[in-house]
Structure formats: C-alpha cells, structure tokens
Design a protein around this ligand. Sequence first.
Ligand code: HEC
Ligand code: HEC
Length: 309
Amino acid sequence: MLLLAVAGSAAFINVPGEPQQQAPAAVPVVRPSTPKRVEQGEKIVTVMCAHCHRNPSTNTLAGRPMPDLGTDFGKLYSANITKDPKFGIGDWTDQQIVTMVRTGAGPDGRLRVAMPHFAYLSDEDASSIVAFLRSNNALVQPTAEPSHPQELSPLGKNLLQNVLKPTPLVKHLADAPPASQPVALGHYLVIGRYQCYFCHSQDFSTNNEAKPELSKGFLGGGHKLLDDELNVRVSRNLTMDPETGLGKWNEAQFSKAVKFGMAPTGILHAPMPKFSTMTDEEVHALWAYLKTVPKIKNATPEDVAVNTK
Ligand code: HEC
Ligand code: HEC
C-alpha cells in the first residue's frame, strides 16, 4: 500500500504536460463575473455543492440537516450559502468564499466540519463558483433561514478540537489544462473540479486533501457512504484492475456510468453524482487519466456480484 502511495505521488509529479502550478497566495485570485463564468459555476455547483446545500422546502442553497453524513460525529447540518447578507454568505468577500472552499476555514477561522476541501480548485473554477453564488440563479436567491449550528457528539467535538484541521493552501492551477492534454485535464478533474478521489479512495479519515495521491487506496474504492434513504453505498474501484476495477470497461460504458448513473454493473445510487452536464472532452480526459493510475486490487461489493455471475 505504501509502495502504491509513493508510486502514486511520483505519477502526480510527472503527469505529462501538467501546466505550471501557482504558488499558494494568502489572498486568492478571483476573476470578475462573466456570463461564461456564471454558466461554468452553475455546472460545478449543481453537481458538487447542491446535493449537500439545497434545502428541499425553499429549493435554494439554504442548507439542510445531513443525516446522510451518518451519526458518529453527531447531528450535522449544511449551511445557508445563498446571497442573503445576514443568514447566507452575501456579506462575505469573494476571497473569503474561495478560501473557505479550498481550506474549509471560514473568515472567523472556524473549521466548517464535514465540508470537503476543494484544495486544488483552479483560479478559474473558483472564480466561476463565486460568480454563480453571486448570480440571479434561483438556487442562490437570498433566503432568510439561519444556518443550523452543528450538534456534535463527544467524538465529533474531540475530532474537531484535536484532529481535523483546515487544509493548508497548496500550489494550484490558474486554469484547467486544455482538452488537448487529456491526462493532465483528467488528473485535475479527479483531484480538483470533481473530487472523484475524495469518495473513491479507502476512507474519508485516511484521505490526504493536501496530497490526494497519498490518500489510502487512492481511487481503489471502498469508502462507505450513505444514499438518500440512508442505505450504505460503497464507492467503487476506479483503477484499471481487470477483476475488481474498470479494466474490462470501455470508454462508452464509463461515459454512461458517469453522466447518467447507468453502469454495466447496474444503476448507480447517490451519493455518486450524475455528471449529466459533463462534456465528452471531460469524460475522455478522466478515462485517459484513470488509465495512468496505479492499479489496486480491491473488490467492492457490486464488483463481487458481477464477477461471480
Ligand atoms: C458533503 C456535503 C457538502 C458538500 C459537497 C459541500 N458542502 Fe459546503 N458545507 C457543508 C457543511 C456540513 C457546512 C457547514 C459546516 C459547519 O458549519 O461547521 C458547509 C459550509 C459551507 C460554507 C460556509 C458557510 C457558513 O456560513 O459558514 C460555504 C461557503 C460552503 N459550504 C460552500 C460550498 C461550496 C461552494 C460547495 C461546492 C463547491 C460545497 N460547499 C460543497 C457540506 C457540504
Ligand atoms: C460524493 C461521493 C462521490 C463522488 C464525488 C464521486 N463518486 Fe463515483 N461513486 C460513488 C459511489 C458511492 C458509487 C457506488 C454507487 C452505488 O453503489 O450505487 C460510485 C460509483 C461510481 C462508478 C461505478 C463503478 C462500478 O464499478 O460500477 C463510476 C464509474 C464512478 N463512480 C466514477 C466517478 C467519477 C469519474 C467521479 C468524478 C468525476 C466520481 N465517481 C465521483 C461516490 C462518488
């Protein structure tokens, strides 16, 4: 496992054609809003943020109870991230929003527990998220609903005080690699824009947000998540191992699984997002990059069912 992890980090450093990364800046670069950025921000937020932040009664990103995060840490609630200046994040600066999304720490320094850290988000994608959160889209209209405070269990409190830390600022890209460099683009999508590795490695507790390739079982699946009905769903092995991973799939099967949740193994359930707005170039880039990831043998439940048929 250690060997694989080390090989993984070497692969990271050597991704062919990986463009120059930006040194971490304490004050993040936020580019101005344009219609194109609002559109790109909508694409990212609807697939990466709305599942957790959408309040079903207001149908805005006003936050909700999150029983689907389990109860070990206590009762968790996502926050109101609408434009409301009092109850949402309308009075946060653009830079505060980006810092929060990359590191998990708010302007007050408090770590927002249970929120994934998009450490490798490019300046362009981060700017697009901000542009969307500030837009006239119905999802972000000011909603006067206070964010519910977290009700942490003793374990949750202990972890928050002693273990969980904001992710340090890391070198990140200014712009996503172009589609003409599919491996580099796929790598960025997996660790940056769509965070596939975060769910598809062994466990949240052994993920490494500052060095994703050092996450235990990087992309080998096995993390146990809950779907909307609170059934356990085990994330699948995305490495090219032919028996337990995607080694026998083709790109068209992968595309249908990622975009529409229709896998050769059956229908995919939440919390696997349906990336229905993903472009074919993105799907191709993901597939090209996954082919370069060190294979891991790890039979996740549905794979076992398929392989014994
Ligand atoms: C797995 C669920 C989950 C996902 C996915 C998620 N969030 Fe969150 N987010 C949370 C939770 C839970 C909190 C509140 C944590 C707390 O208050 O301790 C939070 C807090 C926040 C806050 C701080 C709000 C405040 O008032 O403190 C911002 C800003 C935010 N999220 C933005 C985003 C954006 C943008 C995305 C997508 C790029 C996103 N979140 C994706 C669960 C999630
Ligand atoms: C929020 C967590 C989460 C994220 C983010 C995520 N996935 Fe998944 N994925 C899952 C879960 C859970 C399953 C299993 C679903 C089930 O059991 O029905 C899954 C299943 C899959 C499968 C089916 C594999 C098989 O063997 O049947 C593929 C392919 C896949 N994901 C690819 C991706 C890619 C590519 C990304 C990033 C673009 C991604 N996933 C992001 C949680 C996630």
